[in-house]
Design a protein. Sequence first.
Length: 375
Amino acid sequence: MRKMMGIVALALLQAGALLAQTFTGTWQGALQTPARELRIVFKIATTDADKLKATLYSIDQGGFAINGTVTQQGSALKIGVDAIGGTYEGKLSADGNAITGTWTQGGMPLALNLKRATPETAWTIPEPPPPPKQMPANADPSFEVATVKPSDPSRLGKSFLVRGREFTTTNTTLTELITFAYDLHPRQVTGGPAWMESQKFDVMGKPDIDGTPNVKQLKSMMRKMLADRFQLAFHHDKKELSVYALTVSKNGSKLVKSEADPNGLPGLFFTGRMALSVRNAALSDFTSLMQSTVLDRPVVDQTGINGKFDFTLKWTPDETQFGGQIPGPPPQTDAADAPPNLFDAIQQQLGLKFEPVKAPVDVLVIDKVEKPSEN
């Protein structure tokens, strides 16, 4: 009897492995977004551990390779692409040559049906562009030309972006520009007029030195621009404030080192209401974003961890986060698949902790500021 059960278990295991093999190969299909049609390619292969892995290419958006994780149960397939907050779920056809499924990103599911590609039918994936030339680390750039204009009140969201040599912000208040430039929480900026937190601006500029600047150089350029265009003048002070100390949890860090260029710029962006994608970023980049955008108090990094990391943090925000204006519809905290709260999520997913403490921190006291001069 035991021998028979062993044979059955082996047969089931072999059947599962055989079905997994039928998913391997190149799959392609058209995703119809509200803006345009996008050609999508998934390359699915097996790892050394006989598990499935996937690489996503969006051909009409540059064709960059984005790695994904694969889970498979019978003929059902699920691919998670954490780097962009996307998920593909589909079911394999009886003949093994098609997958009927749905792509979900930012809470909006779209039909995406894939066909197995052959060498004759496979779409050409563009060659990736050469890596950008980095600005010398000892360079001290300024904005060669910078435009500052009021934001379009109908535009939603805000951003800080670098595209090549061009740096832009959208829908950013002066307080947000200051907290970015000086790595501060809004509570660490005092003494300014009310319009600093209400009027929003779009900023665009290019450095006066060739190459892509690093984060330190970006912040330096922003500081010079604030002094020039907003006539910003201030002095420093120390004040004891309620802060979050970022520490390592008792079971140790779960951070995974990034394989990207260590001199490259970090990427931190929200992929939907409950996920933050972090790529090639130091913990200082992470804490800077969390204190300036998410949390209600400054963050002090006490981990002692250096290096750059890739991770995705998923949590259900509460009313104390995002300035009380949580993006999107109200969180469904009682949903079965709802992510944990931020404090549990950061321990479970990153092996870190946010601990509320009081500590003396630097405070920037505004002495003078004016609305920006015309471009």
